[in-house]
Write a protein that binds this ligand. Structure first.
Ligand code: PMV
Length: 327
């Protein structure tokens, strides 16, 4: 039996624009998904104690069943099972053991589909644990690449490498197309607000694509996000929090113009700004889910706790440790 964990992430800058080749800077946070894998004769049994999937167990033979029969929302089960299924397929491939069966237990502190990279964290931890269980050690680059292939398969070719690379390596990373690298970052005082919801990543990405094709100024907005990310990298290297905050605010405004914010995300962003945060923006695909703010005082946290529509607010320090072998 092997257990691995991997961190979730926030986008400091650059989601959506990264899909069109602009750079993005995701940062790993100290909220982890832990996956335990035990080899067994055949088939796959998955048990999840996730924040959103409040406890379900599925047993089926992946060779003969497309999806299990379950009393839970289809979209959530499909999403969770899709990632685990593909992660297991990658492990079988890496170990050249196409028939290997597994018992998988997923335990995640990261809300599902909320812009905190829960699917990437589960995928990275699952591939790491399953390959080790089969006696194969993948280096981090190979692991990040296989995790990307999983996300890409589940998200119908719409995934960037940002989430999976960040979750594997930890810390702050810079992703531009296939060029992924770790970058230096100071310990940033992230405060996260969560509205309890989730956006539909595929639909949101498609919406931005349509706007970008229809309006030149929407394409300009995407390119402007790329410009601010390049400035943001310099601010990050200089440890200039005030500038990082201003750029986060600008980034949120452009994402909002591209139609991927929501009433609750905007309310949380404004609550954070009014409380004195250096900056605040939505993180991830949008439509619902989480905002990230920078504030070293407790003001933003308190303001978010009192914001209607904010279900949970918490601090999340930068996690410099990526995927980790737990046992
Ligand atoms: O919501 P998340 O954490 O899955 O982030 C999606 C980020 C997008 O840029 C919208 C899509 C992607 O794959 O990069």
């Amino acid at each position: 039996m092997k257990t691995s964990s991997a961190p979730g992430k926030v986008y400091l800058f650059g989601e959506h624009a990264v899909v069109y080749g602009e750079p993005a800077v995701p940062c790993a946070i100290r909220r982890r998904a832990e996956v335990t894998v035990r080899e067994r004769d055949h088939g796959l049994r998955v048990q999840a104690g996730d924040l959103t999937l409040s406890g379900f167990a599925v047993e089926y033979d992946s060779a003969e069943a497309d999806r299990p029969d379950l009393d839970a929302p289809d979209a959530l089960v499909d999403a969770a099972m899709g990632y685990v299924n593909e992660a297991v397929a990658q492990a079988r491939d890496a170990a050249d053991a196409p028939e290997a069966g597994f018992e998988v237990v997923v335990d995640s502190e990261i809300p599902l589909g909320a812009g905190l990279g829960s699917s990437a964290a589960v995928t990275v931890a699952a591939i790491d644990a399953a390959t080790r269980e089969l006696g194969v050690e993948l280096d981090r680059t190979a692991l990040a690449d296989r995790a990307y292939r999983v996300e890409n398969a589940v998200q119908n070719g719409q995934a960037s490498r940002a989430d999976t690379f960040c979750s594997t390596m930890g810390g702050a990373v810079r992703v531009e197309g296939a060029d992924c690298r770790a970058i230096d970052a100071p310990d940033l005082p992230f405060v996260i607000g969560y509205d309890g919801g989730a956006g539909d990543t595929g639909a949101l990405v498609a919406g931005v694509r349509e706007l970008r094709e229809r309006y030149e100024f929407a394409a300009d907005a995407v390119a402007a996000i790329g410009d601010l990310v390049r400035r943001g990298e310099r601010a990050l290297a200089a440890g200039d929090r005030a500038e990082l905050g201003r750029l986060m605010n600008f980034n949120h405004g452009l994402l909002s113009a591209l139609g991927v914010s929501s009433g609750s995300l905007d309310a949380m962003v404004w609550a954070a700004r009014d409380a004195g945060a250096a900056g605040a923006k939505l993180t991830g695909a949008g439509g619902g889910g989480c905002v990230v703010a920078l504030d070293e005082t407790d003001e933003t946290l308190t303001a978010l706790e009192y914001t209607p529509g904010c279900e949970d607010a918490f601090r999340a320090a930068l996690d410099t440790v990526g995927v980790r072998e737990e046992s």
